[in-house]
Write a protein that binds this ligand. Structure first.
Ligand SMILES: Cc1cc2nc3c(=O)[nH]c(=O)nc-3n(C[C@H](O)[C@H](O)[C@H](O)COP(=O)(O)OP(=O)(O)OC[C@H]3O[C@@H](n4cnc5c(N)ncnc54)[C@H](O)[C@@H]3O)c2cc1C
Length: 421
């Protein structure tokens, strides 16, 4: 796969007095101009409340949304000019997620991995970032993160996928597991072993691999909700140039630790914005149900309030973390606080939806679309059920809740180690 060479699309001037430079410096002006655009742009209308039959369909449609946001300039803020951005920092990206959600629009699914993989590539592989990130921002491609393996998840330093160097190429052999968007991504950013089998975290390197390289096999994994959100990926002597390294050979662990701050912290903000949108939708669905004469369970307001309180706690914490990342602070293990709060909030929101939607949640048939209000409610309940299944993974993906708490105990609180029996 070659580097995309398309010239950057022209930037539509945001309404109001802002210029590109002033919007990069003035966050409030960016927010207001963006808000105006999202609420009035007719091309965005079709993305509101849309449901998708599969991950593949969702990612393809979200790529269209990504392109619209890019071409109007909005999603280019928060990224440097070297990768096709318009300047600004993490706060611009956080505002984008907030405003999309407030306007009833989804955050394109591509941003989960953009937030995870974009910052380390910009920092540790500026040439790769300049070659490939512009196409990511345009919605033309997206990537997967190949860290976990069958025998290496929580204990990542034990991973075995091997990259053997031969001159200016590596031959990569091994397996990755649970690769989000692995079935649709065109490139994978992988953590591989370039040191000896016993070298643990000292012998790891990070490298970008094109999925269409000979020797790469991708097998989608259907989740409990039926979606191919994940994949397992096999590498059989895949030739990868050393120019695809992200950071130096052997520096993979340091790059991964830098990356995890963004995976845990920016992803938490993005997810909180989406969760608030879904909570508002749930409130609207219950109100419609009541207006149609159908029963709403007792205590519904308190349950919605419970979910809201978790989301507010998450956002209060996450706002501080985003500001720290924006000034280049090392958040390090403290990002695990955000990750724990996110998992708690997501589980609570989806449990509340399950409890309040009752029988409809349990029995609604997928794709039961129709013109009447009852059928519309049924489609929404089926979507909540699909999302509920996914929310069960909130305490696993990005590092399990148990491991996050151990990180906090050891590296943030400095608690004494547990005595071995
Ligand atoms: C929806 C989803 C998306 C994912 N996306 C990606 C992705 O894009 N890229 C990627 O590389 N990976 C991805 N993962 C994998 C994820 O990072 C791992 O599942 C996670 O790190 C846990 O690893 P594991 O599955 O091997 O479980 P294990 O590490 O085997 O853990 C099993 C259980 O043991 C507990 N445990 C393990 N070690 C300890 C310990 N030291 N102390 C206390 N408890 C412990 C864990 O908490 C867990 O409950 C994804 C996972 C999910 C569910």
């Amino acid at each position: 796969m070659t580097a995309p060479t398309g010239a950057p699309a022209p930037v539509a001037r945001p309404a109001g007095p802002g210029t590109e430079a002033s919007l990069a410096e003035d966050l409030d002006a960016y927010r207001l101009a963006l808000r105006d655009h999202l609420r009035t742009e007719p091309a965005l209308e079709s993305f509101r409340g849309r449901r998708y039959p599969s991950t593949e369909a969702r990612m393809a449609d979200h790529a269209r949304l990504e392109r619209l946001l890019h071409d109007a300039g909005w999603s280019r803020y928060g990224w440097p000019a070297t990768v096709g951005g318009l300047g600004g920092d993490e706060r611009h990206r956080a505002v984008l997620y907030d405003e999309l959600a407030a306007a009833g629009l989804p955050v394109p699914g591509q941003h989960m991995l953009l937030e995870t993989l974009g910052p380390p590539i910009v920092r540790f592989a500026p040439e790769l970032a300049a070659a490939y990130l512009p196409a990511y921002l345009r919605g033309e491609e997206w990537w997967g993160q190949g860290f976990s393996e069958p025998e290496a998840g929580s204990d990542l330093a034990s991973l075995r996928c091997r990259a053997r160097r031969d001159g200016d190429t590596y031959a990569v052999t091994g397996q990755k597991l649970w690769t989000s968007h692995g079935a649709t991504a065109t490139r994978l950013v992988c953590l591989v072993r370039t040191g000896t089998p016993e070298s643990r975290h000292r012998g790891l390197s990070m490298i970008m691999i094109d999925v269409d390289s000979p020797g790469v096999t991708v097998r989608p994994i259907a989740m409990a909700n039926g979606d191919n959100e994940l994949a397992e990926v096999f590498f059989d002597d895949v030739v990868v140039p050393t120019s695809r390294l992200i950071g130096a050979e052997g520096q993979g662990w340091a790059v991964a630790m830098y990356l995890l701050q963004f995976e845990r912290a920016m992803y938490a903000w993005l997810s909180a914005a989406e969760a608030l949108r879904r909570l508002r939708e749930l409130r609207g669905q219950l109100a419609a149900r009541a207006a149609g004469g159908r029963p709403v369970p007792d205590g519904a307001a308190a349950r919605l309030g419970e979910a809201y309180a978790h989301l507010v706690a998450l956002r209060a914490r996450s706002a501080g973390t985003v500001r720290r990342l924006a000034v280049g602070d090392t958040v390090g293990p403290e990002a695990s606080v955000d990750k724990v709060l996110l998992a708690t909030a997501e589980i609570c929101l989806h449990d509340v939806a399950r409890d309040l939607l009752g029988d409809e949640f349990l029995f609604a048939a997928e794709g039961a679309a129709g013109g009447n209000a009852l059928a519309a409610g049924t489609v929404e309940a089926a979507q909540w059920r699909t999302d509920w299944w996914f929310s069960r993974s909130a305490t696993i993906l990005g590092g399990s809740a148990e491991v996050q708490r151990t990180i906090l105990a050891d590296h943030v609180l400095g608690l004494p180690k547990e005595a071995k029996p």
